[in-house]
Design a protein around this ligand. Structure first.
Ligand SMILES: Cc1cc2nc3c(=O)[nH]c(=O)nc-3n(C[C@H](O)[C@H](O)[C@H](O)COP(=O)(O)OP(=O)(O)OC[C@H]3O[C@@H](n4cnc5c(N)ncnc54)[C@H](O)[C@@H]3O)c2cc1C
Length: 423
């Protein structure tokens, strides 16, 4: 590739990859951005698609549209299946692509920690396919419950289990409670809602481990007021599609288990032949470079870097900030300068628990209730890509807030998972 601009290949158009491509705008490089999808996905609102509040199109945006004004970047929709770091070569479903510099921003996938039964019968919340499957499944269970004569079967159909007491589990349980107790009674007035149960299971003894203890306590109390049963210290051991078995042997009849308890690095990380840490994340130097491959940087959920002896969290601000450092370091390497170390500036953590209720920890400040909820709304609207998406999401939220109507209560696809009794 002599006499040509150096080629930077970025794998992944999520928060890390897309921000890296933008940060290379105007740089003397040719950028190729590869993703298996043709869109950027705003994962923080996935749970709202799962609970029928938003349509998938509201939280995705075409990558080509986002980057259409950036002259030095080309997008390729393809999956990277293998990488040969020695040859600086990627094998993709669209052919072989060579690089001078590589940014790996492949993110994560749901981590079921090897529990095959849970992976088979439960639902993840990591991509559009996952959440559409959840939405269709929940809505279909209401149709089945409305036709069911046996109260025990009805109770099982209307029992929803969310596993994982981090922000995603809390947000999903809160949104599910509002769907079940506030929205669905309008469409299914004959159901007895005392037969419904929403259970949030957390293996440790507290919610929202990344936030101060008091905010976890407030969150559990708020969820309880929304009729979510919060249970601690008894991890899920098995789920066969009809019965959830807990570690101590207790069983719960339920057809829905939503797994929000773990993420691991996406599979490509396992194929690079370099050192991995917990959750399969790739160990990088403070400059985000792979130890033996200075031309390769890893950012976002796929990267393992410690800050104050703790691994950096798998959150969007880490990915976007690392993207800027990686892009800057590539410019520096090209200019013959030493790369700089990444320093994370934590902008704070927020989690919403439903209407008028959220918790936030920003710097020294803690917020809860309505103020935190408004903060959450504003930040999410601002961070969504695309003016049209912002307007649609705002309208949907306002409609839901004032009229208790969720926009997308339709079963659109054939069920991704059948109930055992149907197979
Ligand atoms: C349900 C949910 C809620 C969340 N809520 C929040 C929140 O409120 N706040 C927050 O800060 N963070 C939140 N996060 C975490 C945040 O979304 C991630 O930390 C962030 O997306 C990581 O960015 P990334 O670029 O590393 O990976 P991603 O954004 O996941 O992007 C990875 C991209 O790589 C692509 N890809 C992967 N493998 C390949 C391959 N082999 N070939 C081609 N393309 C590939 C994927 O298609 C994807 O587009 C949430 C995550 C989830 C799942």
């Amino acid at each position: 590739m002599t006499n040509k601009l150096p080629r930077v290949v970025i794998i992944g158009a999520g928060f890390g990859g897309l921000w890296a491509a933008r940060a290379l705008s105007g740089a003397p490089v040719e950028v190729i951005l590869i993703d298996q999808h043709n869109y950027h996905l705003f994962q923080p609102l996935l749970y709202q698609v799962a609970t029928a509040g938003l349509a998938p199109e509201d939280i995705v945006y075409p990558v080509r549209t986002i980057l259409r004004r950036q002259a030095n970047v080309k997008f390729k929709m393809a999956e990277v299946t293998e990488a040969d770091l020695a040859l600086r070569r990627l094998i993709t479903t669209a052919g072989i692509i060579d690089y001078d510099y590589l940014i790996v921003a492949t993110g994560g996938v749901t981590n079921f920690f090897g529990m095959e039964s849970v992976a088979k019968h439960g639902f993840g919340l990591k991509n559009i396919d996952d959440v559409l499957a959840v939405r269709n499944h929940i809505l279909r269970l209401f149709e089945l419950a409305a036709q069911e004569e046996d109260p025990a079967v009805r109770r099982a159909l209307l029992t929803f289990i969310v596993v994982g007491g981090g922000p995603t589990g809390v947000e999903s349980a809160g949104a599910l409670a509002e769907l079940v107790y506030l929205v669905m009674p309008k469409d299914y007035p004959d159901l007895d809602y005392d037969e419904a149960r929403i259970i949030l299971m957390e293996a440790s003894n507290r919610l929202l481990a990344g936030l101060p203890v008091e905010l976890g306590v407030v969150t559990a109390e708020t969820l309880a007021r929304k009729r979510v049963e919060v249970r601690f210290g008894n991890p899920v051991a098995d789920f066969d599609g009809e019965t959830v078995t807990l570690k101590d042997g207790e069983t719960i009849q339920a057809h829905t288990l939503i797994w929000a308890a773990g993420i691991r690095a996406a599979r490509l990380a396992d194929k690079l032949g370099v050192k991995q840490a917990g959750m399969g994340r790739l160990v990088v130097k403070p400059t985000l470079q792979l130890p033996k491959h200075p031309e390769v940087m890893v950012i976002g959920d796929a990267a393992y870097l410690e800050s104050e002896s703790e691994p950096l969290p798998m959150v969007a601000p880490v990915a976007t900030q690392q993207a800027r450092t990686a892009a800057d370091n590539i410019r520096r390497l090209i200019g013959g300068q030493a790369p700089q170390e990444f320093v994370y500036k934590n902008p704070g953590v927020l989690a919403t628990i439903g209407r008028n209720a959220a918790v936030a920890h920003i710097g020294k400040w803690q917020f809860k209730g309505f103020i935190a909820w408004v903060l959450w709304l504003v930040i999410h609207i601002v961070r969504l890509i695309g003016f049209r998406n912002r307007i649609t999401v705002l309208i949907n939220w306002a409609w839901d807030y004032f009229f208790y109507e969720r926009a997308v209560r339709v079963i659109m696809l054939r069920p991704a998972k059948k109930l055992n009794k149907e197979s």
